[in-house]
Design a protein around this ligand. Structure first.
Ligand code: KG4
Length: 339
Protein backbone atom coordinates (compact mmCIF):
# COMPACT_ATOMS: atom_id res chain seq x y z
CA UNK A 1 0.00 0.00 0.00
CA UNK A 2 1.25 3.48 -0.90
CA UNK A 3 1.42 6.13 1.80
CA UNK A 4 1.17 9.87 1.02
CA UNK A 5 2.16 12.35 3.75
CA UNK A 6 1.62 16.12 3.79
CA UNK A 7 4.41 17.82 5.79
CA UNK A 8 4.03 21.31 7.28
CA UNK A 9 6.95 23.41 8.60
CA UNK A 10 6.56 26.83 10.25
CA UNK A 11 9.00 26.87 13.18
CA UNK A 12 10.91 30.07 12.31
CA UNK A 13 10.77 32.29 9.21
CA UNK A 14 10.15 29.81 6.38
CA UNK A 15 6.64 28.56 5.55
CA UNK A 16 6.93 25.20 3.84
CA UNK A 17 4.71 22.30 2.73
CA UNK A 18 5.82 19.04 1.13
CA UNK A 19 4.30 15.84 -0.23
CA UNK A 20 6.13 12.56 0.38
CA UNK A 21 4.98 9.31 -1.24
CA UNK A 22 6.41 6.11 0.26
CA UNK A 23 10.11 6.98 0.40
CA UNK A 24 10.19 9.58 -2.40
CA UNK A 25 9.63 13.34 -2.21
CA UNK A 26 7.10 14.61 -4.76
CA UNK A 27 7.15 18.33 -3.89
CA UNK A 28 8.67 20.81 -1.42
CA UNK A 29 7.22 24.33 -1.56
CA UNK A 30 8.92 27.04 0.52
CA UNK A 31 7.98 30.71 1.05
CA UNK A 32 10.89 32.68 2.52
CA UNK A 33 10.26 35.87 4.48
CA UNK A 34 12.38 38.77 3.25
CA UNK A 35 10.66 41.14 5.68
CA UNK A 36 13.24 40.34 8.43
CA UNK A 37 16.29 41.53 6.46
CA UNK A 38 15.63 45.19 7.37
CA UNK A 39 15.74 44.32 11.09
CA UNK A 40 18.99 42.32 11.21
CA UNK A 41 17.25 39.18 12.52
CA UNK A 42 13.91 37.36 12.66
CA UNK A 43 11.12 39.45 14.22
CA UNK A 44 8.74 36.87 15.78
CA UNK A 45 5.52 38.84 15.32
CA UNK A 46 6.26 39.57 11.65
CA UNK A 47 7.14 35.91 11.13
CA UNK A 48 3.76 34.72 12.51
CA UNK A 49 1.90 37.18 10.32
CA UNK A 50 3.81 36.12 7.17
CA UNK A 51 3.13 32.42 7.97
CA UNK A 52 -0.57 33.24 8.24
CA UNK A 53 -0.47 34.83 4.75
CA UNK A 54 1.67 32.09 3.18
CA UNK A 55 0.38 28.83 4.60
CA UNK A 56 -2.62 28.17 2.31
CA UNK A 57 -0.87 29.16 -0.98
CA UNK A 58 2.19 27.09 -0.01
CA UNK A 59 0.12 23.97 0.75
CA UNK A 60 -1.84 24.42 -2.49
CA UNK A 61 1.45 24.70 -4.41
CA UNK A 62 2.87 21.56 -2.79
CA UNK A 63 -0.25 19.54 -3.69
CA UNK A 64 -0.27 20.90 -7.26
CA UNK A 65 3.49 20.35 -7.80
CA UNK A 66 3.14 16.76 -6.55
CA UNK A 67 0.41 16.09 -9.12
CA UNK A 68 -1.92 14.58 -6.53
CA UNK A 69 -5.37 15.45 -5.17
CA UNK A 70 -6.02 16.62 -1.61
CA UNK A 71 -8.07 13.43 -1.09
CA UNK A 72 -5.00 11.24 -1.87
CA UNK A 73 -3.26 12.36 1.35
CA UNK A 74 -3.09 9.71 4.13
CA UNK A 75 -1.77 11.80 7.07
CA UNK A 76 -0.57 15.27 8.08
CA UNK A 77 2.80 15.75 9.79
CA UNK A 78 3.62 19.12 11.34
CA UNK A 79 6.46 20.74 13.28
CA UNK A 80 5.37 20.87 16.92
CA UNK A 81 8.63 22.48 18.08
CA UNK A 82 11.12 23.74 19.04
CA UNK A 83 10.77 27.17 17.45
CA UNK A 84 9.00 30.51 17.75
CA UNK A 85 5.62 30.04 19.45
CA UNK A 86 3.66 32.39 17.18
CA UNK A 87 5.14 30.74 14.07
CA UNK A 88 4.51 27.19 15.35
CA UNK A 89 0.90 28.03 16.19
CA UNK A 90 0.16 28.83 12.54
CA UNK A 91 1.48 25.48 11.20
CA UNK A 92 0.01 23.47 14.07
CA UNK A 93 -3.44 25.05 13.74
CA UNK A 94 -3.42 24.57 9.99
CA UNK A 95 -2.40 20.90 10.33
CA UNK A 96 -5.11 20.24 12.92
CA UNK A 97 -7.77 21.92 10.78
CA UNK A 98 -6.67 20.05 7.63
CA UNK A 99 -6.61 16.71 9.48
CA UNK A 100 -10.02 17.31 11.03
CA UNK A 101 -11.65 18.43 7.78
CA UNK A 102 -10.24 15.46 5.84
CA UNK A 103 -10.48 12.90 8.68
CA UNK A 104 -6.75 12.18 8.61
CA UNK A 105 -4.32 11.10 11.35
CA UNK A 106 -2.11 13.85 12.77
CA UNK A 107 1.64 13.34 13.35
CA UNK A 108 3.76 15.66 15.53
CA UNK A 109 7.38 16.21 14.51
CA UNK A 110 10.39 17.44 16.48
CA UNK A 111 12.08 19.93 14.15
CA UNK A 112 15.58 18.79 15.20
CA UNK A 113 14.88 15.09 14.55
CA UNK A 114 13.54 16.10 11.15
CA UNK A 115 16.81 17.91 10.29
CA UNK A 116 18.62 14.60 10.91
CA UNK A 117 16.12 12.65 8.78
CA UNK A 118 16.78 15.00 5.85
CA UNK A 119 19.39 12.34 4.94
CA UNK A 120 16.53 10.01 3.98
CA UNK A 121 14.77 12.30 1.49
CA UNK A 122 14.94 10.49 -1.85
CA UNK A 123 14.20 12.42 -5.05
CA UNK A 124 13.90 9.22 -7.11
CA UNK A 125 14.54 5.49 -6.87
CA UNK A 126 18.24 5.88 -7.79
CA UNK A 127 18.85 8.36 -4.96
CA UNK A 128 20.38 5.81 -2.57
CA UNK A 129 23.25 7.75 -0.96
CA UNK A 130 22.09 7.44 2.66
CA UNK A 131 23.93 6.73 5.92
CA UNK A 132 23.60 3.33 7.59
CA UNK A 133 22.70 2.96 11.27
CA UNK A 134 24.25 3.78 13.63
CA UNK A 135 25.66 7.08 12.39
CA UNK A 136 26.80 10.32 14.01
CA UNK A 137 25.11 13.56 12.99
CA UNK A 138 26.49 17.03 13.65
CA UNK A 139 23.34 19.16 13.58
CA UNK A 140 24.30 22.81 13.12
CA UNK A 141 21.70 25.50 12.53
CA UNK A 142 20.74 29.01 13.57
CA UNK A 143 19.23 27.74 16.82
CA UNK A 144 21.10 24.49 17.63
CA UNK A 145 24.46 22.73 17.65
CA UNK A 146 24.22 19.09 18.63
CA UNK A 147 26.07 15.81 18.20
CA UNK A 148 23.56 12.98 17.87
CA UNK A 149 23.94 9.21 17.71
CA UNK A 150 21.28 8.03 15.24
CA UNK A 151 20.45 4.36 15.86
CA UNK A 152 17.29 4.22 13.75
CA UNK A 153 14.90 6.62 12.00
CA UNK A 154 13.08 7.18 15.28
CA UNK A 155 15.85 6.36 17.77
CA UNK A 156 18.31 9.23 18.42
CA UNK A 157 20.48 10.17 21.39
CA UNK A 158 21.88 13.70 21.82
CA UNK A 159 25.36 13.25 23.31
CA UNK A 160 26.48 16.88 23.09
CA UNK A 161 24.96 20.31 22.56
CA UNK A 162 25.66 23.99 22.91
CA UNK A 163 25.34 25.48 26.38
CA UNK A 164 24.77 29.00 24.96
CA UNK A 165 24.83 30.24 21.33
CA UNK A 166 24.47 27.92 18.34
CA UNK A 167 27.07 27.76 15.54
CA UNK A 168 24.78 29.65 13.13
CA UNK A 169 24.21 32.31 15.79
CA UNK A 170 27.99 32.64 16.19
CA UNK A 171 28.31 33.28 12.43
CA UNK A 172 25.37 35.71 12.41
CA UNK A 173 26.35 37.64 15.57
CA UNK A 174 30.01 38.02 14.53
CA UNK A 175 28.83 39.19 11.09
CA UNK A 176 26.65 41.79 12.79
CA UNK A 177 29.66 43.03 14.83
CA UNK A 178 31.50 43.44 11.51
CA UNK A 179 28.57 45.44 10.08
CA UNK A 180 27.46 42.69 7.66
CA UNK A 181 23.72 42.18 6.95
CA UNK A 182 21.57 39.30 8.31
CA UNK A 183 21.94 36.36 7.93
CA UNK A 184 25.71 36.75 8.10
CA UNK A 185 26.67 33.05 7.86
CA UNK A 186 26.54 32.76 4.06
CA UNK A 187 28.36 36.13 3.69
CA UNK A 188 31.19 35.14 6.01
CA UNK A 189 31.50 31.92 4.01
CA UNK A 190 31.74 33.91 0.74
CA UNK A 191 34.27 36.45 2.07
CA UNK A 192 36.35 33.72 3.76
CA UNK A 193 37.14 32.21 0.35
CA UNK A 194 39.34 35.26 -0.42
CA UNK A 195 41.04 35.43 2.99
CA UNK A 196 43.89 33.94 5.02
CA UNK A 197 42.49 31.67 7.74
CA UNK A 198 45.66 31.98 9.84
CA UNK A 199 45.75 35.80 9.83
CA UNK A 200 44.08 36.17 13.24
CA UNK A 201 43.69 33.90 16.28
CA UNK A 202 40.44 33.77 18.24
CA UNK A 203 40.01 31.93 21.53
CA UNK A 204 38.43 28.47 21.63
CA UNK A 205 36.26 27.36 24.56
CA UNK A 206 37.17 24.60 27.01
CA UNK A 207 33.93 22.77 27.55
CA UNK A 208 33.44 19.24 28.87
CA UNK A 209 32.67 16.11 26.84
CA UNK A 210 30.86 16.76 23.55
CA UNK A 211 29.22 20.07 24.50
CA UNK A 212 29.78 23.37 22.71
CA UNK A 213 29.94 27.04 23.66
CA UNK A 214 30.13 29.94 21.21
CA UNK A 215 29.36 33.00 23.34
CA UNK A 216 33.04 33.45 24.35
CA UNK A 217 34.11 33.52 20.70
CA UNK A 218 31.60 36.28 19.96
CA UNK A 219 32.98 38.33 22.88
CA UNK A 220 36.58 37.74 21.80
CA UNK A 221 35.76 38.92 18.25
CA UNK A 222 33.98 41.98 19.66
CA UNK A 223 36.93 43.04 21.87
CA UNK A 224 39.51 42.27 19.19
CA UNK A 225 37.73 44.39 16.57
CA UNK A 226 36.99 47.19 19.06
CA UNK A 227 40.73 47.44 19.94
CA UNK A 228 41.89 47.26 16.32
CA UNK A 229 39.33 49.85 15.13
CA UNK A 230 40.60 52.25 17.84
CA UNK A 231 44.05 52.03 16.22
CA UNK A 232 42.78 52.02 12.61
CA UNK A 233 39.15 53.03 11.90
CA UNK A 234 39.31 51.16 8.55
CA UNK A 235 40.60 47.93 10.09
CA UNK A 236 37.44 45.87 9.39
CA UNK A 237 37.07 47.10 5.82
CA UNK A 238 40.78 46.53 5.04
CA UNK A 239 40.87 43.03 6.61
CA UNK A 240 37.34 41.76 5.98
CA UNK A 241 38.31 38.59 4.11
CA UNK A 242 41.06 37.61 6.60
CA UNK A 243 38.76 38.21 9.60
CA UNK A 244 36.04 36.06 7.99
CA UNK A 245 38.45 33.29 7.04
CA UNK A 246 40.01 33.21 10.54
CA UNK A 247 36.62 33.29 12.23
CA UNK A 248 35.23 30.52 10.01
CA UNK A 249 38.28 28.34 10.66
CA UNK A 250 37.84 28.81 14.43
CA UNK A 251 34.14 27.84 14.32
CA UNK A 252 34.85 24.84 12.08
CA UNK A 253 37.71 23.69 14.37
CA UNK A 254 35.49 23.98 17.47
CA UNK A 255 32.74 21.93 15.78
CA UNK A 256 35.03 19.28 14.32
CA UNK A 257 37.22 18.72 17.40
CA UNK A 258 34.18 17.46 19.33
CA UNK A 259 32.89 15.44 16.37
CA UNK A 260 36.28 13.70 16.06
CA UNK A 261 36.21 12.92 19.80
CA UNK A 262 32.66 11.52 19.52
CA UNK A 263 33.64 9.33 16.55
CA UNK A 264 36.75 8.03 18.34
CA UNK A 265 34.89 7.31 21.60
CA UNK A 266 31.90 5.58 19.97
CA UNK A 267 33.83 3.86 17.17
CA UNK A 268 31.17 5.05 14.68
CA UNK A 269 32.60 5.78 11.23
CA UNK A 270 29.45 6.91 9.38
CA UNK A 271 29.43 10.66 10.00
CA UNK A 272 27.00 13.28 8.73
CA UNK A 273 26.15 16.98 8.83
CA UNK A 274 22.65 18.51 8.96
CA UNK A 275 21.05 21.95 9.44
CA UNK A 276 21.57 25.33 7.76
CA UNK A 277 25.25 25.72 8.71
CA UNK A 278 26.11 22.47 6.88
CA UNK A 279 26.01 24.65 3.73
CA UNK A 280 29.28 26.22 4.95
CA UNK A 281 32.11 25.47 2.52
CA UNK A 282 34.80 25.45 5.23
CA UNK A 283 32.86 22.85 7.23
CA UNK A 284 32.27 20.73 4.14
CA UNK A 285 35.96 20.87 3.13
CA UNK A 286 37.05 19.87 6.64
CA UNK A 287 34.60 16.95 6.65
CA UNK A 288 36.01 15.77 3.32
CA UNK A 289 39.58 15.96 4.72
CA UNK A 290 38.54 14.03 7.81
CA UNK A 291 36.79 11.38 5.72
CA UNK A 292 40.14 10.70 4.07
CA UNK A 293 42.21 10.97 7.25
CA UNK A 294 39.93 9.02 9.62
CA UNK A 295 38.42 6.64 7.04
CA UNK A 296 34.93 7.97 7.71
CA UNK A 297 32.03 7.59 5.30
CA UNK A 298 30.43 11.05 5.24
CA UNK A 299 27.00 12.40 4.28
CA UNK A 300 25.50 15.87 3.79
CA UNK A 301 21.88 16.34 2.66
CA UNK A 302 21.20 18.23 -0.58
CA UNK A 303 21.36 22.01 -0.06
CA UNK A 304 17.54 22.54 -0.25
CA UNK A 305 17.07 20.04 2.59
CA UNK A 306 19.73 21.50 4.92
CA UNK A 307 17.70 24.71 5.41
CA UNK A 308 14.30 24.72 7.13
CA UNK A 309 11.93 22.78 4.84
CA UNK A 310 8.82 20.59 4.99
CA UNK A 311 10.35 17.69 3.04
CA UNK A 312 12.23 16.66 6.20
CA UNK A 313 9.00 16.97 8.21
CA UNK A 314 7.17 14.75 5.72
CA UNK A 315 9.92 12.07 5.68
CA UNK A 316 9.89 11.98 9.50
CA UNK A 317 6.09 11.78 9.32
CA UNK A 318 6.35 8.80 6.98
CA UNK A 319 8.40 6.78 9.49
CA UNK A 320 6.08 7.77 12.33
CA UNK A 321 3.08 6.77 10.18
CA UNK A 322 4.60 3.31 9.66
CA UNK A 323 5.02 3.12 13.45
CA UNK A 324 1.43 4.37 13.98
CA UNK A 325 2.64 7.29 16.14
CA UNK A 326 -0.31 9.67 15.96
CA UNK A 327 -1.41 12.54 18.20
CA UNK A 328 -4.83 13.83 19.15
CA UNK A 329 -6.42 17.18 18.29
CA UNK A 330 -5.60 18.59 21.75
CA UNK A 331 -1.84 18.66 20.97
CA UNK A 332 -0.14 22.08 21.32
CA UNK A 333 3.21 23.41 20.06
CA UNK A 334 6.26 23.89 22.28
CA UNK A 335 8.93 26.57 21.96
CA UNK A 336 11.81 24.88 23.80
CA UNK A 337 11.12 21.65 25.66
CA UNK A 338 11.98 18.40 23.93
CA UNK A 339 9.41 15.58 23.58
O1 KG4 B 1 18.73 25.41 9.74
P1 KG4 B 1 18.52 26.83 9.37
O2 KG4 B 1 18.02 27.10 7.99
O3 KG4 B 1 17.46 27.50 10.28
C1 KG4 B 1 17.52 27.92 11.58
O4 KG4 B 1 18.07 27.26 12.47
O5 KG4 B 1 16.90 29.00 11.77
O6 KG4 B 1 19.91 27.60 9.62
C2 KG4 B 1 20.07 28.97 9.42
C3 KG4 B 1 21.48 29.31 9.87
C4 KG4 B 1 21.74 30.80 9.95
O7 KG4 B 1 22.39 31.07 11.18
C5 KG4 B 1 22.69 31.05 8.76
O8 KG4 B 1 23.58 32.13 8.96
C6 KG4 B 1 23.44 29.74 8.72
O9 KG4 B 1 22.44 28.76 8.97
N1 KG4 B 1 24.07 29.50 7.41
C7 KG4 B 1 25.39 29.49 7.22
C8 KG4 B 1 25.59 29.26 5.84
N2 KG4 B 1 24.37 29.13 5.25
C9 KG4 B 1 23.44 29.28 6.23
N3 KG4 B 1 26.41 29.63 8.09
C10 KG4 B 1 27.65 29.56 7.59
N4 KG4 B 1 27.93 29.36 6.29
C11 KG4 B 1 26.94 29.19 5.38
N5 KG4 B 1 27.23 28.98 4.10
Amino acid sequence: MSVIILGIESSCDDTSAAIFKDDIILSNAVANQDVHKAYGGVVPELASRAHQQNIIPVVEKAIKDAGINRTDIDAVAFTRGPGLMGSLLVGTSFAKGFALANQLPLIEINHLHAHVLAHFIKEDENDTDQPEFPFLCLLVSGGNSQIIIVRDHLDMEIIGQTIDDAAGEAFDKCAKIMGLPYPGGPLIDKLAKEGNADAFKFSKPRIKDYDYSFSGLKTSVLYFLRDEVKKNPNFIEENKADICASLQKTIVDILMDKLIKAAEDTGITQVSLAGGVSANSGLRERLTELAEEKKWETFIPKFAYTMDNAAMIAVNGYYKFLNKEFVKQDTAPFARTEF
